[in-house]
Write a protein that binds this ligand. Structure first.
Ligand code: KG4
Ligand code: ZN
Length: 336
């Protein structure tokens, strides 16, 4: 039996969790997320310096809370895990330095975790039977990645975004339609009311790559909105939300179709990240995988957005591989 205390502070959620692994099964004993959404909403997006300060204020409190809820003291913890990359550098550094200090003072091993691997690992909590190899699709406010997952730690990026991330585009479109940051979840709901979805260009780049470009479809929406506003026309918000969602989701289906055509050995799709909570995307990928006879795994909605449980889950596999850090651990804005 092994217990991990995990931390996450790469963007705008300060999170701590305690996880236990017994006979290979991972259980979440506590999962605390202090969200900064209300703070950043005033600015319409994440302000990095404010995020770092808010992480510093929250991290001690949520650590006590996570231990208490798990009915643990530091004596019951075997290792400490922390997101060390990628993310906002000032934000990452808060949990990295906190975890380093804690590991040093309690003489516990320290496990660095990649945030994208963490998102994917949320699925190992929700689906204990899931094992690599599989194709991973991670979409959040900061990333849009198609990943070939050969082993728990063996991830190869085979497709990505050339500009905006998928979640970022939902948030930007939501913002111009008057939704508070982040608009993704509100767009999800509003799209159901759009009976005549507007047509927008695809985010699937028209070439052999598995890449996306979400800035084009975002700009198309903004232009449409501006033109209608100038003419004094009523904005069909729901039809715009539905059309944007349709264009974004169908782009993902196109690129994942190409991915599976090229990797016939892969029979499983795993999705993760904040945008994996999108119900239109979930439904479209259910259809896509059923048609192709591919297995689909999605995390529970509560584990799609940033949290520390997913970091703890990924940390067990880093531990198995002996990937430990010491007090020289640094944070990186890019993926390492
Ligand atoms: O994974 P996450 O919490 O943070 C990052 O690592 O970026 O993802 C947050 C993103 C935001 O852009 C948010 O609007 C989006 O995920 N999101 C959604 C939904 N729920 C969250 N996007 C579309 N539909 C949703 N239901
Ligand atoms: Zn994330």
């Amino acid at each position: 039996m092994m217990r991990i205390l995990a931390f996450e502070s790469s963007c705008d959620e300060t999170a701590a969790a305690v996880l236990e692994r017994k006979d290979g099964k991972i259980t979440v004993l506590s999962d605390i997320v202090a969200s900064q959404v209300a703070i950043h909403a005033k600015f319409g997006g994440v302000v990095p310096e404010i995020a770092s300060r808010a992480h510093s204020e929250a991290i001690s409190g949520i650590t006590y809370e996570a231990l208490e809820k798990a009915n643990c003291t530091m004596d019951d913890i075997d290792a400490i895990a922390v997101t060390s990359n990628p993310g906002l550098i000032g934000a990452l550094l808060v949990a990295v330095n906190f975890a380093k200090s804690l590991a040093y003072s309690y003489n516990k091993p320290l496990i660095p975790v990649n945030h994208i691997k963490g998102h994917i690992a949320a699925n190992y909590i929700c689906h204990p039977e899931l094992k690599p190899p599989f194709i991973g699709f991670v979409a959040s406010g900061g990333h849009t990645s198609v990943v070939r997952v050969e082993g728990y730690r063996d991830h190869t990026l085979i497709g990505g975004t050339r500009d905006d991330a998928m979640g970022e585009s939902f948030d930007k479109v939501g913002r111009v339609m008057g939704m508070p940051y982040p608009g993704g979840a509100a767009m999800d709901k509003l799209a159901y009311e759009g009976k005549n979805p507007m047509k927008f260009p695809s985010a699937a780049i028209r070439d052999d790559s598995l890449d996306f470009s979400f800035s084009g479809i975002k700009t198309a929406v903004l232009n449409t909105l501006n033109q209608m506003q100038q003419k004094g026309e009523e904005i069909p918000r729901a039809d715009i939300a539905a059309g944007f969602t349709e264009a974004a989701v169908s782009s993902v289906v196109i690129k994942l179709g190409m991915t599976f055509d090229r990797t016939p050995d892969m029979k499983t799709l795993v999705i993760a990240g904040g945008v994996a909570a999108n119900s239109h995307l979930r439904t479209a990928l259910e259809k896509f995988t059923q048609k192709r006879g591919i297995a689909l795994y999605m995390p529970d909605r509560s584990l799609c957005g940033d949290n520390a449980s997913m970091i703890g889950a990924a940390a067990f596999f880093e531990w198995d591989a002996g990937n430990l850090a010491d007090v020289t651990l640094n944070a990186y804005a890019y993926s390492v």
